[in-house]
Structure formats: structure tokens, C-alpha cells
Write a new protein. Structure first.
Length: 313
């Protein structure tokens, strides 16, 4: 043993011996009172793990049973069917695996049952998400980008009509979604985006121009949540200012005006990452997500909520 190690051991032992009278005193005065505090337990020499690791006590009996069955089915899928190495090599997830993921309900984990989802809580969703983090990060990015942020805005801010129109096909995995915020000159500073959408003279559509980069699922998604600057008249001053607005953009209504160029990566290759371009794309006014000019709030709340699902990757 080195001199330094011996010194550390001696000092640690000395500190523990010095602490013993304190612990005895604490127990003398507090020992008869029921302890329900983790911090108090430290002084009493107790480790209250149930206070430090509360999961799964926050769930009801039915919820525990549901997530247990889902975890069992998920483990079976990843161990018997999914091949993370092959997915990475081939840079895509095979269609038969996508079908099994659809059958497991992996694309609508937090969508209400009325729209075809499983309606998991945040705790249940995060727990199930640990599976993809354990077995296949690329697949985890694919599913997380789809539901943790891709269509999360529709869940949080969508009108009843928007939810009825989009959520069933998104929850089933029949169509994929993506979140379009980052631009070549705008990363973490969301307020500096350059993509613009201007209302046409008829007042029926917003004409969008701009580009987005590093968009997960961008090359395979059919539903985009896109953020763009729009001219907004200040009700108090009458002055027109550019403010961010969120839009639901369907690739079917864009045609060839939305060009997608997939990016090559060093890892997590089975998750699709693309650049997306909008050239005079006409977006119906009914596809505004939330309030006109309220897109910054929409984006931040999507990202805040998305951390429950994206944390596992």
C-alpha cells in the first residue's frame, strides 16, 4: 500500500470514528420518531432506498402490470428479432421489424387510447424507452424523434380536428413524423431561425421558404412539425413584427417543392437524418399549430416534454 493510500485510509477511519458519537446522539433523540426522510436517514445511519428510487411506486397496480407486460414483449423483440449491428450496417430498419414495432404499439406510446395509442404516463414511457437505449440507439432515435418531438406538438397544442386527423395514423406508425427547428445558421438559439412563412393575399395559405438541417426522420416522415418566422401585427402598437409560428406540414401537399437530402453519419446509422428544403410551399391556415406567433413557446414545450422519451438515448 502506498503512503498516500495509507494516509487516506487512516483519515477516513478517523473521520468515521469521530462521527460515531454524532450518530449515537441523533438516534438517542430521533430514534423513537418514525423516519420518513432520506436526508434524516443519513444522520441515523440508514439508507432509505424507497425515498431515493421511488419507481414504480408512482404507478397504480394496473399501470405496473401494463408496463411489465410491455417490457417483457419489448425484451423479446430486441433479443429475438432486432439486429442492431445489421441495422447500423444497412443504415435502415427492415420493414418486417417496423411491422413488429407497429404491432407492439411502439409508435403511439403516449397517445390517448381514443386515437389508437397506449396512453402511457411519462414514467411508463421513460421506462419502456430504456429498452431502446439498451439494445439499439439508432432505433431509439427513430422512435423518439417520431413521438417524443415529431408529433408531440399535436398532442400538446393540436386542435380537436388536428388530433382526429393526424394522431391515429401517427400512433399506428402508418406514417412517420419529424421535428424541424434547426437551421444552418440557427442551432440552440431557436429565435434566430430564418425560415419564413407569409400569408397569401387570399388568406388561405402560408407560403413557406427556407431550410432545416439535422432532421431525424426527415427523409422518411410524411408529417413535419415546422417552425418559421411569420409577420404578426402587435395588437397594442399596430407594429408588424416577425414572430415564430409552428406549422403541421404534410409532404403530400408539398410535392416536389420539399427536397430531402439524407446525411451520412459515423454511428446510429439506421436513424434517418436529413436536410429539408421548402420552396414556395403552400401550407393551409388550418395547419397552424397553436397560435400564430406563439411558435417559440410551442417549440420549447415540445423539447421539454420530449426529454422524458429522448433521455434514454
Amino acid at each position: 500500500m502506498s503512503l498516500r493510500s495509507a494516509s487516506l485510509l487512516y483519515n477516513s477511519t478517523k473521520a468515521l470514528r469521530a462521527y460515531q458519537p454524532v450518530a449515537v446522539t441523533c438516534k438517542r433523540y430521533l430514534g423513537e420518531v418514525p423516519n420518513t426522510s432520506f436526508a434524516r436517514g443519513i444522520f441515523l445511519g440508514e439508507l432509505r432506498e424507497e425515498e431515493l428510487f421511488p419507481y414504480p411506486d408512482v404507478l397504480s397496480g394496473e399501470q405496473k402490470e401494463t408496463i411489465s407486460m410491455m417490457m417483457e414483449a419489448g425484451h423479446s423483440f430486441f433479443q429475438e428479432t432486432n439486429d442492431a449491428s445489421a441495422n447500423d450496417t444497412n443504415e435502415k430498419i427492415p420493414e418486417d421489424q417496423l411491422d413488429q414495432m407497429r404491432a407492439l404499439g411502439m409508435y403511439g406510446l403516449m397517445v390517448p387510447e381514443e386515437f389508437g395509442g397506449i396512453a402511457l404516463t411519462n414514467t411508463m414511457y421513460a421506462k419502456f424507452g430504456e429498452l431502446t437505449g439498451e439494445y439499439d440507439l439508432g432505433l431509439g432515435i427513430h422512435t423518439g424523434a417520431h413521438q417524443s418531438i415529431g408529433y408531440k406538438g399535436i398532442l400538446l397544442y393540436g386542435s380537436d380536428e388536428q388530433k382526429e386527423k393526424y394522431l391515429p395514423s401517427l400512433a399506428s406508425g402508418d406514417v412517420f413524423a419529424c421535428f424541424c427547428l434547426t437551421e444552418p445558421a440557427s442551432g440552440s438559439d431557436a429565435s434566430s431561425i430564418g425560415t419564413r412563412a407569409v400569408l397569401n393575399e387570399a388568406g388561405t395559405h402560408y407560403v413557406m421558404n427556407g431550410s432545416k438541417i439535422w432532421i431525424s426522420n426527415g427523409g422518411i416522415a410524411e408529417i413535419f412539425t415546422v417552425f418559421a418566422k411569420t409577420p404578426v401585427v402587435d395588437a397594442k402598437t399596430g407594429e408588424t413584427k416577425d414572430k415564430i409560428t409552428a406549422f403541421i406540414v404534410e409532404t403530400s401537399i408539398l410535392g416536389v417543392s420539399a427536397m430531402v437530402r439524407q446525411k451520412k453519419k459515423m454511428g446510429i446509422k439506421c436513424s434517418n437524418t436529413a436536410e429539408v428544403y421548402f420552396e414556395n410551399c403552400e401550407i393551409p391556415v388550418d395547419n397552424v399549430l397553436g397560435d400564430v406567433g406563439g411558435g417559440f413557446k410551442v417549440a420549447m414545450n415540445i423539447l421539454n416534454n420530449g426529454r422524458f422519451g429522448m433521455g434514454h438515448v
